[in-house]
Design a protein around this ligand. Structure first.
Ligand code: GAL
Length: 817
C-alpha cells in the first residue's frame, strides 16, 4: 500500500520534498455537554462528528485551551480537584482545507495532550481514541482526508468525575499540528540518539533510525549541528536501511547544569537521489551514572535538589504556555532547584525543551496508579489496555532530552503493599527499557513494607516518599541500590500568614480563615519540616538527593483541609488514621480551600518564607539572609513574637530597634536560626549574617505606615507580539515610603489598553473563589498578580492601570514588539 502511494506520488508529479509541519491550534469551534460549569446538565447532541452538524453557535477559540480554569469556582465541587468545573464532555470541531499538494502524502494529526478520553472523527469517519490525558499521540488521517477540499475534524473529550487526585484541567490543553509526509518516512519518534562514551576529548554518538515503509535503496544522511547555526556542522554520517550508526564529535561541548549545551541532529532520508523526509532532533552530549554513592553527571557527583511539580500553571490553569513554564523554572532555579519530578504524569514537550535549555535534571513520571485505584475513575480503569502504549509514548517522545535522567513507572501505587505485585514493576520497567536502556527506572514508594517485600528488587533507583528514617535500613538491605527521596517535606503554609503562639507541633499552625502559619513547622501526619530531610541527607551523603513536595502550590489537594480520602493512604498508624477519617467526615464539601499549601512558592510564584530556607541550603555560596515574620503586629505589643532567620551564612545577630537580641550560630544539623522570645514592639528588626566569622549578608523588616499606594512591577516590560508571550505583573500595596504593607487585602481593579489582554489574575490565597479570569482581584497579604498576553502581529504600548479605593493608583507600560 505504502509503495503504491509512493508510486502514485511520483506519477502525479507531487513534490517529494520532506515533511511539512502545519500548526493546527487556531480557529476551533468548542462546546460543552454533560456536566456544565454552572452545575446544570446538558444532553449531548447527536451527530456532532458529522460534517453538516450545525456548530454556528459554538464558541470560536484557539488551543491550547483549559475549559476548567474558566470556572466558576463552585463550593459544591470537591476541593481535592480545585472546586473548578473541569469534569464533563467537551467537543471541538475545526474545518480545514487540504491543498492539492496533499495528494500522495500521508497526513497525520498530532496532539501533545488532550484532557481526556479523546475520540477523533474526520469527515464523519471515526479515526481513533486516546484516553490518557497526559501522553502525546499521533493519528493518521490519510484514509479519510478529502484532498483539495474542505475537511471537518471533530474531537470529543470526556472528563469523568473522580478521575484525579488534583486539578487535571480539561480540553485540548497542549498544542496540535498536522504532519504531512511522503509514503516512506521516518517513524514517529523514530530517531533515538544516545551518547554512550563521553569525554572532553571525544563523544561517541549512536543514532538509531526507524523507518516507516520499504527501506530498499534508502540512504540515511545524518548531520550534527550547533543549534541556531546550521553552518557549524560537527559530524555527519551516511547509513542504510536504518541500522545503528555511530559518529564522533571531537571536543564536544557537554550538556551540564551550568552550560546546557545542545546539538541538533538532522536526519535526511534519501531515495534515488531525492530527499524524501527530513527531521531535526535536539540532543545533548552528557553521561549519567547512578551508583550506591550518588548520581554523577559527566563524571561529577551532583546532589539532586529537586522539587515535585504538578502540571498546572497556577491562575493560567493547564493550557500550555512556554513563557509561563519558563517563568516557573526561573523561579525554581532562583532558590537553587536543579531537578524536577513531573508528578505524577508525563509533561508537555515544551517543558522538557526548557529543562534542556535551562539545565535542569528531570524525572519523567508515567502514572499515579496502576491496576489498583485511588479514586473511582482514575487510570486504573485504563491501565490494562493502555499502560504499554502510554509508556512507549512517554519514552519514545522524550528519550532524546539530555535533561531527562530517570523514568518513573509510578507514584505510591497501592500495589506496593504486597510483594505479589512486584512483577508488575518489572514488566513496566522492561517496557521502558525496550525503548530506552540508557536511563534507570524508578518509582515513588510510600510503603515501608515495600523495602523488603520484593519491590526493592524492581527499580534501578529507589525513591522513598517521606521516609528519611528508612534510607539506612534500605541501604543495609540492598547495599548497591541507589536511593533518593522521591517526595520529601510536604511542609504546608500560606504566604504571609503567621499564627501565635508558635508551636513546633506539625499538626498545629492552622488559623485564620483556613490558612496555615508560615513559621514552617506545619505538615500533615506523614510529612515533616524541611530540616528533617536535610539531617538525614547530611548523615547519609550517598542518598542521591530529594524532590520536595512541592516547588509551586498547585490547584487542588488543599491539605490540611483536603477532602480526598486518599489522604488516608499515607497513615500507617491506625489510630491517627481513624482520627483523620473522623475529621474528614466532619468537613463538608463546602469548605473553601481549593489549592495546595505545599508549595515553596505560592500559586502565583511569589516566594513564601520557605523559599529562603531552601535557598539557604541549595545555594550555599550566594550570600543571603531572610527574616520572618513581617513586623506589623499592633495587637502584639509586649507579646512574645518569635523571629526566625534563614541564611546561607552560619551565624547571625538580630537587632530590634538597634538593640542586639544576641548572636546565634547554627549547631550541627541546625538549619534555621531562632529567636523564640522576642517581645514585639514596632520598629525595625535587622539581621546581620556571618559566614566563617566574616560579614555575609544583611536584611531588615520594618513596621510600615498605613497603606497609601499601589505599585506594579512587570517581570518583563518588552514582550513578543506573537499572541503567546506574557508579562507577569506583580501588584503590591505600599505605604507612602514604599514599603509593602503586609496583611492588606484591598480589592484592586485593572484596566488595560493597547495590543494586549489580561488573561489571568491571582493572589496566592488558597481559599479565594474569585475568578482567575477577571479584571479585578484582591491582594492577598499585600500582593497580587496580573498576567498580560500580547496580541498576534500587533505591536505597540500596552498600558496597565491598577486602582483601588483609598490608594494612589499605579500604571505600567509594557511594549509588544
Ligand atoms: C503523597 C502523594 C502526592 C501528594 C502528597 C501530599 O503521598 O504522592 O501526590 O498527595 O502526598 O503530601
Amino acid at each position: 500500500m505504502k509503495q503504491y502511494l509512493f508510486m502514485l506520488a511520483i506519477m502525479l508529479g507531487t513534490s517529494l520534498m520532506a515533511r511539512d509541519k502545519v500548526p493546527f491550534d487556531s480557529n476551533w469551534k468548542f462546546a460543552r455537554f454533560g456536566s456544565m460549569p454552572d452545575g446544570s446538565f446538558k444532553r449531548e447532541h447527536k451527530d456532532i462528528d458529522e460534517i453538516d452538524y450545525d456548530d454556528s453557535s459554538w464558541r470560536v477559540l484557539d488551543v491550547p485551551h483549559d475549559w476548567g480554569i474558566e470556572g466558576p469556582f463552585r463550593s459544591d465541587l470537591p476541593n481535592q480537584t480545585g472546586k473548578l468545573p473541569w469534569a464533563g464532555i467537551g467537543w471541538y470541531r475545526k474545518v480545514f482545507e487540504s491543498p492539492e499538494s496533499d495528494q500522495g502524502k500521508r497526513v497525520f494529526v498530532e496532539f501533545d495532550g488532550a484532557m481526556s478520553g479523546t475520540q477523533i472523527w474526520l469527515n464523519g469517519c471515526y479515526v481513533g481514541e486516546w484516553p490518557y490525558g497526559y501522553t502525546s499521540f499521533q493519528m493518521e488521517l490519510t484514509k479519510y482526508l478529502k484532498v483539495g477540499q474542505k475537511n471537518t475534524i471533530a474531537v470529543r473529550l470526556d472528563n469523568k468525575e473522580h478521575s484525579s487526585r488534583w486539578y487535571p484541567g480539561g480540553g485540548i490543553y497542549r498544542h496540535v499540528r498536522l504532519v504531512k509526509t511522503n509514503p516512506i518516512k521516518i517513524e514517529h519518534w523514530g530517531v533515538f540518539v544516545t551518547t554512550p562514551d563521553v569525554s572532553k576529548e571525544k563523544a561517541t554518538v549512536n543514532i538509531s533510525t526507524e523507518i516507516d515503509g520499504d527501506t530498499e535503496g534508502l540512504v540515511i544522511h545524518q548531520e550534527i549541528f550547533v543549534p541556531g547555526d546550521p553552518l557549524i556542522k560537527v559530524a555527519e554520517k551516511k547509513s542504510f536501511k536504518g541500522e545503528l550508526c555511530s559518529v564522533d564529535i571531537i571536543k564536544p561541548k557537554l550538556w551540564d547544569l551550568n552550560n546546557p549545551n545542545l546539538y541538533v541532529l538532522k536526519t535526511s532520508l534519501i531515495k534515488d537521489g531525492e530527499v524524501i523526509d527530513e527531521l531535526d532532533n535536539t540532543f545533548g552530549v552528557r553521561s549519567i551514572a547512578y551508583t550506591a554513592q550518588g548520581f554523577y553527571l559527566n563524571g561529577e557527583k551532583v546532589r539532586m535538589n529537586g522539587v515535585c511539580m504538578h502540571h498546572d500553571l497556577g491562575p493560567l490553569g493547564t493550557a500550555v504556555n512556554v513563557r509561563a513554564m519558563e517563568r516557573q523554572i526561573e523561579i525554581l532555579k532562583s532558590f537553587g532547584t536543579n531537578a524536577i519530578r513531573t508528578a505524577h504524569n508525563p509533561p508537555a514537550p515544551e517543558f522538557l525543551d526548557l529543562c534542556d535549555r535551562m539545565g535542569i535534571l528531570v524525572q519523567v513520571e508515567s502514572f499515579d496508579v496502576w491496576q489498583k485505584q485511588k479514586v473511582e475513575n482514575d487510570y486504573s480503569t485504563l491501565f490494562g489496555a493502555w499502560h504499554e502504549r502510554d509508556l512507549r509514548a512517554m519514552v519514545r517522545r522524550d528519550r532524546n532530552h539530555p535533561s531527562v535522567v530517570m523514568w518513573s513507572t509510578g507514584n505510591e501505587m497501592i500495589e506496593l503493599r504486597s510483594g505479589n505485585d512486584a512483577p508488575m514493576a518489572v514488566r513496566l520497567a522492561d517496557i521502558i527499557r525496550s525503548e530506552d536502556a540508557t536511563r534507570p527506572t524508578t518509582f515513588g514508594c510510600s510503603r515501608p513494607e515495600a523495602i523488603s517485600n520484593g519491590f526493592e528488587h524492581t527499580a534501578d533507583v529507589f525513591g522513598l516518599n517521606y521516609k528519611p528514617h528508612l534510607y539506612q535500613e534500605l541501604r543495609d538491605a540492598k547495599p548497591d541500590l541507589p536511593i533518593y527521596g522521591s517526595e520529601t517535606a510536604s511542609t504546608v503554609s500560606s504566604r504571609g500568614e503567621y499564627f501565635f503562639p508558635v508551636s513546633e507541633d506539625k499538626r498545629k499552625g492552622s488559623g485564620g480563615y483556613f490558612q496555615v502559619s508560615s513559621y514552617d513547622f506545619s505538615a500533615p501526619n506523614w510529612a515533616y519540616r524541611p530540616e528533617v530531610e536535610w539531617e538525614s541527607l547530611d548523615k547519609n551523603p550517598w542518598v542521591l538527593g530529594e524532590f520536595v513536595w512541592t516547588g509551586f502550590d498547585y490547584i487542588g489537594e488543599p491539605t490540611p483541609y483536603n477532602k480526598d480520602k486518599t489522604n488516608l493512604l499515607n497513615f500507617s498508624d491506625p489510630a491517627e488514621k481513624a482520627k483523620m477519617e473522623a475529621e474528614l467526615k466532619k468537613m463538608g464539601n463546602q469548605i473553601p480551600p481549593r489549592s495546595s499549601y505545599f508549595g515553596i512558592v505560592d500559586l502565583c510564584g511569589f516566594p513564601k518564607d520557605r523559599y529562603y530556607l531552601y535557598q539557604s541550603r541549595w545555594l550555599p555560596d550566594v550570600p543571603m539572609v531572610h527574616i520572618l515574620p513581617h513586623w506589623n503586629w499592633p495587637e502584639r505589643v509586649g507579646k512574645v513574637t518569635p523571629v526566625f532567620v534563614y541564611t546561607s551564612g552560619d551565624e547571625a545577630e538580630l537587632f530590634l530597634n538597634g538593640k542586639s537580641l544576641g548572636r546565634k550560630k547554627k549547631a550541627n544539623f541546625e538549619y534555621r536560626l531562632r529567636w523564640d522570645d522576642v517581645i514585639y514592639q514596632p520598629g525595625e528588626l535587622e539581621v546581620v549574617a556571618y559566614k566563617g566569622g566574616k560579614l555575609w549578608a544583611k536584611s531588615k523588616v520594618q513596621t510600615t505606615q498605613d497603606a497609601a499606594k499601589l505599585s506594579l512591577e512587570a517581570d518583563r516590560t518588552m514582550i513578543a507580539a506573537d499572541g503567546q508571550d506574557l508579562s507577569f505583573v506583580t501588584v503590591r500595596v505600599l505605604d507612602k515610603s514604599g514599603l509593602m504593607v503586609p496583611r492588606t487585602h484591598n480589592s484592586v481593579k485593572y484596566t488595560l489598553s493597547g495590543p494586549g489582554e489580561i488573561i489571568a489574575v491571582g493572589n496566592g490565597n488558597p481559599t479565594s473563589h474569585e475568578s482567575f479570569q477577571a479584571t479585578q482581584r484582591k491582594v492577598f497579604n499585600g500582593m497580587a498578580l496580573v498576567v498580560i498576553r500580547s496580541k498576534k502581529g500587533e505591536s505597540g504600548k500596552i498600558k496597565l492601570i491598577a486602582e483601588s479605593d483609598g490608594l494612589r493608583k499605579a500604571e505600567r507600560i509594557i511594549r509588544a514588539k
